[in-house]
Design a protein around this ligand. Structure first.
Ligand code: SF4
Length: 405
């Protein structure tokens, strides 16, 4: 089982601009007729310089992932993208084999652009396919066709990307379990290294998106929870049969092609984050220091969120060097909860003893009855000091994880 590599961190760079705004999207993204490419890039460069010292104090630390997310970062002018990546490498100790991902949407790239991103150093592309079916693409407000998605994939391959991930969404209007399975099969035929398959979700921040409002007004019918769960099962069956391993609740990969960047999140490792709406996280060097203090008040880390408005973000960076609009310190107790919650998302789970050692908290003793009960109910299993959810447990992840709180 892969261990959590202390001393590793990730770097997230957010590019908020899109060709159009999808009605279900709650990301910090917006459609702009003219993207302020130079001004936004300058803000990113400046924020990288301000954040770098937070991550380079520890001489052993190294970045194992750089992730360009959005929005649609494949709309970034390739020379400006290259400038950002050069600055990342100049400011941070980036591992020679670091995963460098660029999110792309079908219809925003041609071979020239993909080749330029590859030449600049991107070595992984994540394509927002969502569905190949015309009806679902219209319902999701996507401006591309299934054919565009296939072409984007083939173009990325031709440009030299040997690590490609595809995003699929199930649970859109008028979709059936057969339709969701068909999308999965079409994706499998392309032979990507990785797939992320999410259910359409209109809760949390997404409660205010146009699709959620239309649904509440009764103007839109969506598959109910049961049907959505059946679709998820159908997708999982297709992917598993094709040799993809479900290594996280919604993520599937060929062996050795698990996403490095998202795995940092799930393993509670730190990440720099620049760009509008980006969220970053730092951990104190020793999580154990002051271990005798009350874990409810002992601080072990800090989390921040950048302004979600691109305009305000750029103004903040131009004035202060940072885009932060809010920040909070993290206590040992809060970090423990997050580690349990996200660690249980992984099919491999996590090492309870390691967590105990890192945080200086008696995790096994404290949660012995919850762990026993989860194992008795077939939702979790233990292997030495590792705890992981079973396939059924992963489907009921929130319910299982909440037992610890
Ligand atoms: S392309 Fe992606 S980021 Fe942009 S609006 Fe659509 S879902 Fe949101």
């Amino acid at each position: 089982m892969p261990r959590r590599q202390a001393d590793t961190f990730g770097i997230y760079v957010h590019f908020p601009y899109c060709l159009s705004k999808c009605p279900y999207c709650d990301f910090a993204s917006r459609a702009e007729a003219v993207i302020p490419q130079r001004r936004y890039t300058d803000a990113i460069l400046r924020e990288l310089r301000t954040q770098a010292p937070r991550f380079t104090r520890n001489a052993n630390a190294r970045a194992v992932s750089v992730y360009f997310g959005g929005g649609t970062p494949s709309l970034w002018d390739p020379p400006l993208f290259a400038e950002v990546l050069r600055e990342v490498r100049a400011l941070f100790p980036v591992a020679a084999d670091a995963e460098i991902t660029l999110e792309a949407n079908p219809g925003t790239t041609d071979e020239g652009r993909f080749s330029a991103f590859r030449a600049a150093g991107a070595n992984r592309i994540s394509i927002g396919v969502q569905s190949f079916a015309p009806r679902q693409l219209v319902s999701l407000g996507r401006k591309h066709s299934g054919g565009d998605a296939v072409r984007a994939f083939q173009t990325a391959r031709a440009a030299g990307f040997d690590n490609i991930s595809l995003d699929l969404i199930h649970g859109a209007e008028e979709q059936s379990a057969d339709g969701a399975a068909r999308d999965a099969r079409t994706a499998i035929e392309l032979n990507p290294e990785h797939l992320s398959c999410y259910a359409l979700t209109l809760t949390g921040l997404a409660e205010e998106v146009p699709m959620a409002k239309a649904f509440r007004r009764g103007e839109l019918e969506l598959p109910d929870d049961e049907l959505q769960a059946t679709m998820g099962e159908a997708v999982r069956d297709e992917l598993t049969r094709a040799g993809y391993r479900r290594y996280e609740i919604s993520n599937f990969a060929k062996p050795g092609r698990e996403a490095v960047h998202n795995s940092l999140y799930w393993r509670g490792l730190p990440y720099a984050a620049v760009g509008c709406g980006a969220c970053g996280f730092t951990l104190n060097e020793s999580l154990r220091s002051g271990a005798s203090a009350d874990p409810q008040i002992r601080e072990v880390g800090r989390r921040w969120q950048n302004d979600r408005s691109p305009e305000r973000y750029m103004e903040r960076v131009e004035a202060t060097g940072l885009g932060e609009s809010s920040a909070e310190t993290l206590t040992a107790e809060e970090h423990l909860r997050e580690r349990l919650f996200t660690g249980l998302r992984l099919a491999d789970g996590f090492d309870l003893m390691e967590l105990e050692h890192e945080l200086g908290l008696p995790v096994r003793k404290r949660f012995a009855s919850q762990i026993d009960r989860l194992c008795r109910e077939g939702l979790a299993e233990r292997d030495a000091s590792w705890l992981r959810l079973t396939a059924r447990g992963l489907d009921l992840h929130s319910e299982a994880a909440l037992r610890f709180f």
